[in-house]
Design a protein around this ligand. Structure first.
Ligand code: ZN
Length: 307
């Protein structure tokens, strides 16, 4: 009988180069994971579907909900006809792919989908560096810059999502010649502080010494994003993730620049700033744990709604 088969949840961290899939217990324990390289939509999605079908079959289990944390741009409005559909991504062949629709059709279970950064934030709130907090933000600084903000009532920016990467920032006095890399705004936050901007100015950022002035300029911009978030939304924690943030010593520089920008306003002590601005704790797994968390929460909500 169907109802006697164990109920599991699935998660997919749908990144631009790899789809990481996990099958998990409704309590969150991961049972099995797989990494699927991103090629064409057909091939990639079929490989993910195979994983879930095979694992469910092997365990005689059924799937209650699938959570997907996806790269973008993607429609995250459940009321939209294009929910879960990728927008103008530069990834060949993926523009217009109905990610949630394809998995719904393939597995026959409800799918909940959010941005990759909201997924990472969900994981960090569940198990990581924002555990137990009601309000937290996650800024990912990689090829581009994205942010997710969670408040007491859920994710901010619904039915879309914030676009913190494109706020205007004050220029660092020693960074006035660089035009910026954003094709819309030139020198917005993303245009000045993303990995793409660092490469355009300096080549491979991994080759920059920790004491290079480039990191002070970088910290100055990221600190402005933190200040904007604090002033607009007052998160209890801001997590700084993404490849750029792996640079040694960058987080302390951001904290120092933030303190200077705030200039005593709101009275943050050094210890409070250290608590406010942190690195994520889940590393490479945040997106996958986040996707599973999205599924678990949606399943719990559905059960509640069903009484
Ligand atoms: Zn921009």
């Amino acid at each position: 009988m169907t109802s006697e088969r164990p109920l599991l949840v699935g998660g997919i961290d749908a990144g631009g180069t790899t789809f990481k899939c996990a099958l998990a217990e409704p309590g969150g324990r991961l049972l099995e994971t797989v990494r699927v390289p991103v090629t064409t939509p057909d091939e990639t999605i079929a490989a993910c579907l195979d994983f879930f079908r095979w694992e469910l079959d092997a365990r005689s289990a059924r799937l209650g909900m699938l959570g997907i944390a996806s790269f973008g741009p993607i429609d995250v409005d459940p009321a939209s006809p294009d929910y879960g559909t990728l927008g103008a991504t530069p990834k060949p062949g993926w523009c217009g792919t109905r990610i949630s629709g394809r998995f719904f059709a393939g597995l026959g279970v409800p799918v909940v989908l959010d941005t990759d950064v909201n997924g990472a934030l969900a994981g960090e709130i569940e198990l990581g560096a924002a555990k137990g907090l009601r309000t937290a933000a996650y800024i990912t600084i990689g090829t581009g810059i994205g942010a997710g903000v969670h408040g007491p009532g859920g994710y901010l920016g619904r039915p879309a999502h914030p676009e913190l990467g494109h706020i205007r920032v004050e220029r660092h006095p020693e960074d006035t010649a660089f035009a910026g890399t954003c094709r819309f705004h030139g020198g917005c936050l993303e245009g000045l502080a993303s990995g793409t901007a660092l490469i355009a100015r300096h080549g491979d950022p991994a080759l920059l010494a920790p004491e290079d002035a480039a990191w002070d300029i970088e910290a100055f911009y990221i600190a402005q994003a933190c200040a904007a978030l604090v002033l607009a939304a007052r998160p209890e924690r801001i997590l700084l993730g993404g490849g750029v943030m792996q640079a040694a010593g960058l987080v302390p520089k951001v904290r120092a620049a933030f303190a200077e920008l705030m200039n005593g306003y709101l009275g943050f002590s050094d210890a409070e700033i250290e608590s406010l601005i942190q690195r994520p704790a889940l590393g490479d797994n945040a997106g996958l744990i986040g996707a599973v968390t999205l599924a678990r929460h949606a399943l719990a909500q559905a059960a509640e709604a069903a009484g």
